[in-house]
Design a protein around this ligand. Sequence first.
Ligand code: C2O
Ligand code: CU
Ligand code: CU
Length: 481
Amino acid sequence: QTYTDYFFDKSAFNTLDGGYIPLTVNQEAPAKPLAIPALHPVDHEDEQSVEYTVTARAGEVQMLPGKPTKTWGYDANVLGQTIVFKEGQHVTIHLKNDLPELTTFHWHGLNVPGPYVDGGCHAPVYPGETKDIEFDVVQPAATLWLHAHPCPETAVQVYKGLAAMVLVQDKQEEKLPFPRHYGVDDIPVILQDRHFNEDNQWDYQADYDPDGVQGPTAVINGTVNPYFDVTTRRLRLRLLDGANRREWRLHFSDDLEFAQIASDGGIMPSPVYFTHLMLSCAERAEVIVDFSKYEIGDQVVLYSDDVPLLTFRIKDKQDNGHDPLPEKLVDIPRLQPTPDLPVQEVVMSGMDEEVEMDWKKFDMQRIDRTQDLGVTQVWDVTNTNDMKGGMIHPFHIHGGQFQIISRDGHDPYPNEYGWKDTVGVNPGEHVRFAMKFDFAGVYMYHCHILEHEDGGMMAQIEVIDPSKPRPKYKLMDHHTL
Ligand code: C2O
Ligand code: CU
Ligand code: CU
């Protein structure tokens, strides 16, 4: 079966918002090869452990003709080098801040303890400082990401470029017939949009919109008007919506079919075939595109709505497997809710400056709810916006991955049967999922439209280990910033 639908409610697409800025093709910028982030060098690695130094720093990139654009990145001028972990490894990371202001290093989707290792707003690294974190990799192969998360400066820092891809590898994924030659047939695709001012700069303050900063120019892996030279029959694209606000409604020229094989937290139980796929902010999808039917010299274009984003130029058709994918990819045992626990009810409300989580603005020093370590609890997340003129809020929680149970009592979308850490919630809708935490700690949950998050559509949960005395966490407040 091939799905041809975006599934989300059309009447809430961001294109209908009064402040929506449509994408347009930047005519000044020549076509350029898609930048492929380098693989991050390790300080040290063996089977059991890996050590990295990750530095946040300023840089500049020639994105348009004329002046270079001033940007921030992780060991890169913009975005960052791709960091790879293997399941079972013990990881040490030296987090270095060479920026002129405080930042944090948040491991989005990584199952590590909050509120410090996880790098949310309680884990500041001050300018000139280096802080070390350590953790074990306890989750399956997945496409995750690293981004800045100082509150309430997440949006501006990500906009300047602080976002990088993080890959977890494992033995199970290794056996599946997927392309995995990084940069050749396994490609990160970080989707962002920016407004370039007449000096070719990104001026966040000038373009500020409390419902999310947007720009008319798609910038993919930091490249404007990118193309990619395809040398193999099949490509694996690791798509990440790294935009502050924009939803991407992806489809190829000729309505070429593609297969999604992984969602936020890892490989899905079965591939799902589409011609159209919508991603909301922070969501990831790994897809396999089969170009076998094209001839050398052909071009295939990836679009969002009707705007071309990325051109695939067929240069060669080396055989990297073109059999149909297996129907079954991995086993994901369904989480069974622990009996007799109440539902965790969450409400996202408002738009613009009025955004709230559970009818309150975020307070860094307030614990909004608790859950016991190791239990599986049902969460019910709703979006009180009106269908007409409301918007889809992408709900995200730190501290692990969840399994979607239902949307308004109906089945989840066909590609929502794997692990997720972010889910787009339509106006008026209730999304239910099952969530279990593996580590005690404090975790944030929020809308991943970054301006909504900074604007207060965020709260935090403490996960309590009932067998231990309750620790006293040092939580930041706005004054300690
Ligand atoms: Cu991707 Cu709290 O963040
Ligand atoms: Cu996160
Ligand atoms: Cu929102």
